[in-house]
Write a protein that binds this ligand. Structure first.
Ligand SMILES: Nc1ncnc2c1ncn2[C@@H]1O[C@H](COP(=O)(O)OP(=O)(O)OP(=O)(O)O)[C@@H](O)[C@H]1O
Length: 189
């Protein structure tokens, strides 16, 4: 079955398993999906390549692009700005690839308000807040303060997803089952 070539927006609280599901999708279907390379005003870290990790731009360039409506969504974290450009999505889509955006609810909100992009939305939910907490802890990549911040944000993410109509919601209880649901959704006609 041929998948729709629409951009796929995958959202959900931190630690819910978005990265794990996306990795499975990419591995099972080579040359089908791609991430959109974001623009950022932060400085490149060692080893990061412009145009691969990010498009590194100045604050001024970023603001110009933004004012021209060049971003489907953008956000500021700390003193750095990040954005997903229309052009990047269009270029990848033109190559026949399905662009996957892994973004948080404010990004989803912006995209939903943007008439120039009509993606498909998938929200990944945890079976429970306890499960989410133990995954975040089990991953071992955040300190306690970060974990608390992510858990605090998680209930807002869950409420937001539940208030959306017509989008796909997948509960990631068993990873394989959740993956099959995602795959079926992506490849449905
Ligand atoms: N169904 C599942 N059952 C148990 N553990 C899972 C399941 N899915 C994912 N995990 C584990 O939960 C942890 C968080 O998963 P992952 O890193 O994919 O989350 P994420 O949503 O991408 O988080 P972030 O938004 O912070 O990047 C990982 O250690 C992963 O192996």
């Amino acid at each position: 079955m041929a998948p729709s070539n629409k951009t796929l927006v995958i959202s959900g609280p931190s630690g819910v398993g978005k990265g794990s599901l996306i990795e499975k999708l990419f591995n099972a279907h080579p040359n089908t999906f791609t991430f959109s390379v974001s623009h950022t005003t932060r400085k490149p870290r060692a080893g990061e390549v412009d145009g691969k990790s990010y498009f590194f731009v100045s604050q001024e360039e970023f603001e110009t692009l933004k004012s021209e409506g060049g971003f489907v969504e953008s956000a500021k974290f700390g003193s750095n700005s990040y954005g997903t450009s229309h052009r990047t999505i269009a270029e990848q889509t033109a190559k026949g690839l399905i662009v996957v955006l892994d973004i948080e609810m404010n990004g989803v909100r912006q995209i939903k308000e943007n008439p120039n992009i009509e993606p498909r939305y998938v929200f990944i939910q945890p079976p429970s807040m306890q499960a989410l907490e133990s995954r975040l802890r089990g991953r071992g990549t955040e300190n306690e303060e970060d974990i608390q911040r992510r858990l605090g944000q998680a209930s807002a993410e869950l409420e937001f997803a539940n208030a959306q109509v017509g989008d796909k919601i997948i509960v990631n209880d068993d990873l394989e089952t959740a993956y099959q649901e995602l795959e079926a959704f992506v490849f449905q006609e």
